[in-house]
Design a protein around this ligand. Sequence first.
Ligand code: PMP
Length: 407
Amino acid sequence: MNDFPIDLIRKDFPILDQLIYGQPLAYLDNGATTQKPVRMIDAVNKIHREQNSSVHRSVNYMSEKMTEAYEQARQTVQKFIGAPESSQVIFTSGTTGSINLVAFSMGEAVLEPGDEVILSTMEHHSNIVPWQMACERYGASLKIIPITDEGDLDMDAYRNLFNKNTRMVSVTHVSNVLGTINPVKEIVRIAHSHGVPVLLDGAQAIQHEPVDVVDLDCDFYAFSGHKIYGPTGIGVLYGKQEWLDRMPPYQGGGDMIDRVTFEKTTYNISPFKFEAGTTNFIGAIGLAESINYLTGIGMDKIAGYENYLRDYATQKLSSISQLRMYGTSVNKAAIFSFVLNGIHPYDTGMIIDKYGVAVRTGTHCAMPLMQRFGIEGTLRASLCFYNTTDEVDRLYDALNKVIEMLA
Ligand code: PMP
C-alpha cells in the first residue's frame, strides 16, 4: 500500500508519537476509542477560546455564529451518511444515547404486551440493555439471532424469527468483538418484507467504510463521535422522518418544546424534539471537523488501507499456533479477538503493554457473546488507518514473548 500517505497521516495524530515504558506506543485499541487529528483538537480549542456561546437561544452575534456552526455540523453529518434531510440527524451523547432514545421512544410508539424485538448474539450491551428495559416496560420480549462458529449471523434462523408480533430489529453493523461485517442491507430487506423497522448500531462501522443510510434503507443508524476521531460525549442518531414524526420525545427540557404552559406542552419538530437541554454543540462541531478530515483523505482509501492491514494482521496472527482467534468471517473489519492457549488474556494484555502495545482485554461489553463461545474474555486488537504493519509486527513479537514467558 505504497500509495497510502501513512507517514503524513501519523503526523496528524500527535498522541501517537510517544514512548510508553520506554517503547514507542503501538495504539491498537481503536475499537474502544480513536485518537484525534490535530485539526479537530485545534478547532475545539479555538471555539473555547474565541467563540463559545449557547446555540438556538440568544440574538447576540456570538450565539448566532455558534448556532450557524452547529447546524452546519449537522449538515456535514447529513452529507457524510447520505441522509436526505438534516432534520433526520439528531445529536446525542453517543451510540448508547442514540439507542436508548430509540428503545424508549419506539417502545412508546410501537411496543405492546406480547410483542417481540429481534437482536443478535453479537450485540454490545448498549444494544441489549435498552431493549431489555423497553421490553420489561411494555411486556414484550427479545428474540436472538444465533451466530455460527466463524462469527457470522445465522441468516436462516433470522428469517425464521419473524412472526406477527415482531415489532423491531436492532443489530450491529460491525461486531466490536469479532469484527464481522454483517449483511445489513439484507437484514433490512428481510425485516421490511415483514413491515418491521431496523436500527443499525454503526459504532464500529462508520469509521471503517463509506455508509449511506438511503442505500442501506435502515430506519435508524447510530454512532459515536469518539470512535470516529471526534470528541467524546457526542454521537449521532439518524432516523427516517416518518418514525421521527411518530416517536414521542425521549427527554423533556429546553429547546425541545414548541409552547409550554402548566396545563400542556406542545413539542418542537425533529431534530430539536429529541435534543432537550443544552446540547454538546462544541462536540458536534468537533465531530464535523473530524468528518471533514476523513472525507479529505477519502473513506474508500481508508477502507482500502484498513483491509490491507486486516489481511496482514490475519496472516501474521494466524501463524502463532498457540493463538485461538474468535471471529473468522470472510467479511471482517480489522478487529481481532483472541486468546493465547492456557494464558489469561489479562496477563497477556498487561505484559504486552510493557512493550508499548495497547490492546483491550475482557468481555468487551458483550457478555452474551462470551457465553456463546464459552469463554470469560479475550484480548482485542482493533486497527485503524493510522496503524502500520510495523505495529502489527510489534504485537506479534510481544505475543511471542508472552508465550515464551508463560506457556
Ligand atoms: N455498540 C458497539 C458495537 C460498540 O463497539 C460500542 C462501544 N464499544 C457501543 C455500541 C457503545 O458506544 P458508546 O460507549 O460510545 O456509546
